[in-house]
Ligand binder design. Structure first.
Ligand code: LLP
Length: 441
């Protein structure tokens, strides 16, 4: 249980009765996000990195209530798009706490962010390609810039999210010092940045350490150039990215955050006192604070496997289909009576492995395969754990499926943080598509 190790919350640590009540009240599929757990995760990060800048990677969960909880906890916001900057501003982050990481930024995003910077000049734009500097200058921007570097080394739970080393992200390491100096001719260069990737587990710490060491070297070279020919830069921080993993498998060990923090400190090596270390975790803040509740609608035995059909699919939680990601699933029961008897509690039933499949017309639309889930019956409620990061955020309306509702728990009180979408929402942006419809349907 969570009480044994506060750094990990397993799906079995949630109050099953409460989750059953929420599913009954708000229907399924339903995301539940526990703000108290978000706050605990923030506290643990701030405790492990006491004198670093901790920035929340907003992309992991952009819900307003989550952003406000993170803001109140004292983290900054790292934003990947104009939309994320807009949400962070609305949630009360001021410019000094906003970091916009521009990856191949669309013109519209640059227009928007430069506009925001006019009112919030403490905002920082992190730039990973030299021509983005030109595009900023063309818009009259001459403010704070951080240079994103491709550190040549990466880590992550899947190659699709291993950013460090991928050419798409950042200025190549051996050109980074030159790029930062060039940028400093037109902008206020305040930092250097690199991100290894997402979901770094305890076995990948060597890559993380390598990245951090390289960034420390780069920062020292910029602050105090070797050859004396270049002007020193007045850096405020070295941002070594996010990516701290959380355990998804029931028996996976949690990341030892204090040990990661100590290794990070050691690897970055001494920096002038005026230069901060910065980290930008997303998943670590929100992942285990969220579950996705889904109802069993069909149970189909076949010669090869039993397929349990549920009302949540890849449109609600894309990670299993996209990365073959593992999410723990607990059967909270409550389903139909069988053979005229009350259905026994899931833990007392047979444990035949099953496939859990969603309602989407794609074979990849499975939440798990070959998993023993206490012989699910129709009507059982399943809780898909560790769904708080990149869950709702990656939801889509594919197959014309309205996105699910999300309930936030705050000090135990439930409120609808995002209402369930309606069929009308599906066509809201589509010309003439709603002519036949009464408002609100
Ligand atoms: N900083 C930057 C520049 C990033 O690109 C990311 C994540 C983070 C920080 C935060 O990484 P985290 O601490 O959350 O691992 N959809 C994928 C994850 C993609 C992450 C992309 N960038 C997933 O569901 O696993």
């Amino acid at each position: 249980p969570a009480a044994d190790n506060p750094s990990v919350r397993r799906v079995s640590d949630w109050d099953a009765k409460r989750l059953r009540g929420l599913a009954a009240e708000y229907e399924t599929p339903l995301y539940v996000q526990d703000l108290d757990r978000v706050r605990e995760n923030c506290e643990r990060l701030l405790g492990a990195f006491p004198d670093a800048d901790v920035r929340y990677a907003v992309k992991a969960h952009t819900g307003r209530a989550v952003l406000e909880a993170v803001r109140d906890a004292g983290l900054d916001a790292e934003c990947a798009s104009a939309g994320e900057v807009d949400r962070a501003l609305a949630a009360g982050f001021d410019g000094s706490r906003l970091h916009y990481t521009a990856v191949n930024p669309p013109a519209r995003d640059l227009d928007y962010v430069v506009g925001v910077a006019a009112a919030e000049p403490d905002l920082t734009v992190t730039v990973g390609a030299l021509d983005t500097l030109d595009r900023l200058a063309e818009r009259g921007y001459d403010g704070r810039v951080c240079v994103r570097v491709n550190p040549g080394v990466g880590a992550g739970h899947h190659e699709k999210v291993t950013t460090g080393g991928a050419a798409k992200f950042g200025v190549p390491y051996d050109r980074a010092a030159e790029a930062a100096r060039e940028a400093a001719e037109r902008f206020d260069v305040v930092g250097v940045h690199a991100h290894a990737g997402s979901g770094i587990d305890p076995e990948q710490l060597d890559s993380h350490r390598e990245l951090v060491a390289r960034m420390g070297d780069l920062a020292r070279e910029l602050i105090d150039p070797d050859d004396g020919s270049a002007d020193p830069l007045d850096l405020e921080y070295v941002d070594v990215g996010g990516g701290f993993g959380v355990p998804y498998e029931e028996d996976a060990p949690p990341l030892d955050l204090p040990a990661v923090a100590a290794a990070t400190r050691e690897a970055v090596a001494p920096l002038p006192a005026s230069v901060d270390l910065a980290v930008e975790p997303g998943r670590y803040v929100v992942a285990d604070a969220g579950v996705l509740l889904t109802r069993v609608n069909t149970v189909k035995p076949t010669p090869d496997e039993t397929v349990v059909g549920v009302d949540a699919g890849m449109t609600d939680l894309l990670r299993p289909a996209m990365y073959d990601a593992y999410h723990p699933i607990a059967n909270l029961g409550g389903g139909l009576e069988r053979d005229g008897n009350d259905s026994p509690a899931p833990e007392d039933r047979e444990a035949t492995p099953v496939t859990v499949a969603g309602p989407i017309c794609e074979t990849g639309d499975t939440l798990c395969r070959n998993r023993a889930l206490g012989d699910p019956t129709r009507g059982d409620l399943l809780a898909v754990g560790v769904a708080g990061a990149y869950g709702y955020e990656m939801a889509s309306q594919y197959n014309s499926r309205p996105r699910p509702a999300e309930v936030a728990l705050d000090d135990g009180t439930a409120t609808v943080a995002r209402r369930r979408e309606t069929l009308g929402d599906l066509t809201a942006a589509e010309r003439d598509a709603n002519r036949h419809r009464a408002e609100g349907t």
